[in-house]
Design a protein around this ligand. Structure first.
Ligand SMILES: Cc1cc2nc3c(=O)[nH]c(=O)nc-3n(C[C@H](O)[C@H](O)[C@H](O)COP(=O)(O)O)c2cc1C
Length: 312
C-alpha cells in the first residue's frame, strides 16, 4: 500500500474496468441523466468518471402512457417503458456532444430479441466517442414468451455473447435484481464474454391509489429505485463480486460518498448514481469530492486499495 502526504491535493481515484480507465469511480446511471447535456448547467460533466446514457433501442420508443413515476418511501417507482430516440437519432443528434465532454461515454442498449441486440451493436460499431456498451438485460425476450433475458442464465449468456462478438468496445452487462441467485447470473454474463458487470437495475414493485382502487402507474407495475433498494444492491454486489473475476460496478440507492464507498468495500470497482440525480443534480460531483476526501483522510495510496476491502 502506497501512502500519500497530508498535503497531497490530488488523491488517486483512477480505476480500471478491464481495458477502460476511469479518472474516478463515479458514473451516472442509465435513464437518470438523460444524454448528459440536460445536466451541463448543473454539473461539471468533465469531473465524472463516466456517463452512462439512457437505454437505446434499434427503433425509437414512445414509452408507456402516464402516470409513469410515483414517489414511494425512500424511493420511487418508474414505468417509463424505455422511451428513447432510437439508435439513428442517438448517433446523429447526441453523440457529438457526448464525445466533446471528454469523459468515457457508456451506451446502454436494449432489445426485444438477441438479433436486435446484435444489430444495434453493429450499428454502433465504429461510432467515435463510445468507450463501452452496457447491455440492459432486464427487457422481455419477445421470442421466448416475454421472459426477461436477465432472469434465465442461458439467455443472459446468449445475449452477452452476441453483443460481445459484434462490439468494438468493452461490454458491461447490467444485471437484474429480480432473480433468486444473482451470483449465477453474474457467472452467466462472464461465461458469455462480458468484460464487466453492473448491478442492480430496478426491483419490480407496485403502488396503489386506495381512493380510486386503481394502480398508481398506468403500467400497473414499475421499477423501484433509490435508497430503499440500497441494502439489497449492496448484498447483490457483494455476492456477484465473489462469484466472478471481472470488475463489478455497484448501483442502487447511492446518495452520498459514504454510500459509494460501501459498494467499493463490498467489491465494486466503480459505481453508478441514478435516482439521486433527480433530488440533487450535483450529487455525482459531490460524491467524487467526498471519495477524494475519504482517500486523503484515510491516507490510502489509491481508491483501488479499498476495492473489496470488506472484512467478514
Ligand atoms: C427513471 C428511470 C429510468 C431508467 N432507465 C433505465 C434504462 O434506460 N436502462 C437501464 O439499464 N436502467 C435504467 N434505469 C435503472 C437505473 O439506471 C438504476 O439501475 C436503478 O435506478 C438503481 O439505481 P438508483 O437507486 O441509484 O436509481 C432507470 C431508472 C430510473 C429511475
Amino acid at each position: 500500500m502506497e501512502f500519500v502526504k497530508d498535503s497531497d491535493p490530488y488523491p488517486d481515484l483512477r480505476v480500471n474496468i478491464g481495458s477502460l480507465e476511469l479518472q474516478n469511480p463515479v458514473m451516472t446511471a442509465s435513464g437518470t441523466f438523460g444524454y448528459a447535456r440536460e445536466f451541463e448547467d448543473l454539473v461539471n460533466l468533465h469531473r465524472l468518471g463516466g456517463i452512462v446514457v439512457k437505454g437505446i433501442s434499434l427503433q425509437p420508443r414512445a414509452g408507456n402512457p402516464p402516470q409513469r413515476i410515483v414517489e414511494t418511501p425512500c424511493g420511487m417507482l418508474n414505468a417509463i417503458g424505455l422511451q428513447n430516440v432510437g439508435v439513428e437519432r442517438f448517433i446523429s443528434e447526441k453523440m457529438s456532444y457526448l464525445e466533446g465532454v471528454g469523459v468515457p461515454v457508456i451506451v446502454n442498449i436494449l432489445g426485444d430479441t438477441v438479433d436486435e441486440y446484435r444489430r444495434i451493436t453493429e450499428r454502433l460499431r465504429g461510432v467515435a466517442g463510445i468507450a463501452a456498451l452496457e447491455i440492459n438485460i432486464s427487457c422481455p425476450n419477445v421470442k421466448k414468451g416475454g421472459v426477461a433475458f436477465g432472469t434465465v442464465p442461458a439467455m443472459a449468456a446468449a445475449v452477452t455473447e452476441a453483443v460481445k462478438t459484434a462490439a468494438h468496445v468493452p461490454v458491461m452487462v447490467k444485471l437484474s435484481p429480480n432473480v433468486a441467485d444473482v451470483a449465477e447470473m453474474a457467472r452467466a454474463a462472464e461465461d458469455g464474454g462480458a468484460d464487466s458487470i453492473s448491478l442492480i437495475n430496478t426491483l419490480i414493485g407496485m403502488a396503489i391509489d386506495l381512493e380510486r382502487r386503481r394502480p398508481v402507474l398506468a403500467n400497473v407495475i414499475g421499477g423501484l429505485s433509490g435508497p430503499a433498494i440500497k441494502p439489497i444492491a449492496l448484498r447483490m454486489v457483494y455476492q456477484a463480486a465473489g462469484a466472478v473475476n471481472i470488475p463489478v460496478i455497484g448501483i442502487g440507492g447511492i446518495e452520498c460518498a459514504e454510500d459509494a464507498l460501501e459498494f467499493i468495500v463490498a467489491g465494486a470497482t466503480a459505481v453508478q448514481i441514478g435516482t439521486a440525480n433527480f433530488i440533487n443534480p450535483r450529487v455525482s460531483e459531490e460524491v467524487v469530492d467526498g471519495i477524494g476526501d475519504y482517500v486523503r483522510a484515510s491516507k490510502l495510496g489509491s481508491i483501488r486499495d479499498l476495492i473489496g476491502a470488506l472484512e467478514v
